[in-house]
Design a protein around this ligand. Structure first.
Ligand SMILES: Nc1ncnc2c1ncn2[C@@H]1O[C@H](COP(=O)(O)OP(=O)(O)OP(=O)(O)O)[C@@H](O)[C@H]1O
Ligand SMILES: [Mg+2]
Length: 309
């Protein structure tokens, strides 16, 4: 069993805090010296944009997922957040249903690609295959004004790529607001599901539907899948929000995260700055709350590993 823990951030409901959670939990884990890969499975590319990462110019997820010969490795990008890497989304992912329609085992394609990536990074004599990146570097180059600028870019980029030499401790998958093939791929690739809910707009029936889907994926595709937690987001000081969190705890005992994420204006402003909240407003309540969530995640996952022997 690989040491990596993968967490799918899922909620069919739009605007529930999935991307905010994926991006900032990843950064807070990175701050704690964990190596984290964010996989942006949303064709809207919100997580990629938040990290200031552009769509891959060459092959992207839509090419890689259904093709046995292609590897995720060349599309992994470093971000400006320490320890955090990303598989960027592509708007082409809206065509995923068609692309995967005739694929055998379409639901487990992401899982096998992630396993292959981790296995590659775990190899003791793992030398980053610069050849694989050469096309990328060449493509980058055409947009430079001078040789000097291009050379500086190469050196920086090769340095970044060479740092990518050991496996990830956490893989965090940001899902689109739908329970389609992309989200099912995320669930089948995950060990745990984190479900952010907007505290003032909780719909318990929607959550029942989601936990039903999780049970089905568990039964058919991924027996070790579990719910990492339901995470109350945008919790403000109103009595309504407090009551909503209480209601969650009653309906889903033991499944609600200890951490709650407060409503925080810095979190709402942050996405246009290309960095996570831990760097944008390092002392904000948003940064504190996502650090607390990272702590909770580390506690839950890494002590279990110790218990497992
Ligand atoms: N704790 C918070 N405080 C203030 N604003 C927040 C907070 N969490 C999320 N938001 C805002 O709520 C909106 C939705 O959040 P987010 O994009 O993370 O949700 P999502 O579930 O990823 O949405 P989608 O389903 O469209 O992918 C965004 O405008 C975001 O800035
Ligand atoms: Mg989102």
């Amino acid at each position: 069993m690989m040491a990596m823990r993968s967490i799918a951030v899922v909620n069919e409901k739009g605007g529930s805090g999935k991307t905010t959670t994926a991006v900032n939990l990843a950064a807070a884990l990175g701050e704690r010296d964990r190596r984290v890969l964010v996989v942006d499975l949303d064709p809207q590319a919100s997580a990629s944009k938040w990290y200031g990462v552009k769509e891959p110019r060459g092959r992207d997820l839509l090419d890689v997922l259904p093709d046995d010969g292609l590897d995720l490795t060349p599309i992994v990008r470093p971000t400006d957040a320490p320890g955090v890497y990303i598989v960027p989304s592509s708007h082409r992912l809206i065509h995923i249903d068609k692309a995967l329609a005739r694929q055998i085992g379409a639901e487990v394609l992401l899982r096998s690609k992630l396993h292959a990536l981790q296995t590659f990074l775990e190899q003791e004599q793992n030398i980053v295959p610069l050849d694989a990146y050469w096309g990328e570097l060449e493509r980058d180059r055409v947009s430079f004004d001078s040789e000097q600028e291009a050379a500086e870019h190469y050196i920086k980029r090769i340095g970044e790529l060479q740092r990518m030499v050991s496996p990830f401790d956490y893989i965090i998958i940001d899902c689109p607001p739908a329970l389609g093939i992309l989200t099912v791929n995320a669930l089948a690739a995950a060990q745990a599901v984190l479900i952010p809910v907007e505290a003032h707009a909780i719909c318990l029936n929607d959550l029942d539907a989601l936990t039903g889907v999780i049970e089905t994926v568990k039964a058919r595709l991924q027996p070790s899948l579990r719910i990492a937690g339901i995470l109350a987001c945008r919790v403000n000081r109103t009595r309504h929000a407090t009551a909503a969190v209480e209601q969650l705890n009653q309906r889903f005992p033991g499944l609600v995260c200890r951490t709650t994420i407060r409503e925080n204006v810095s979190l709402a402003k942050c996405p246009s700055h290309g960095i996570p909240i831990t760097q944008y407003a390092t002392n904000s309540s948003g940064a504190q709350d996502y650090r607390a969530l990272a702590e909770e995640v580390i506690g839950n996952n890494e002590s279990e590993d110790a218990n497992d022997g």
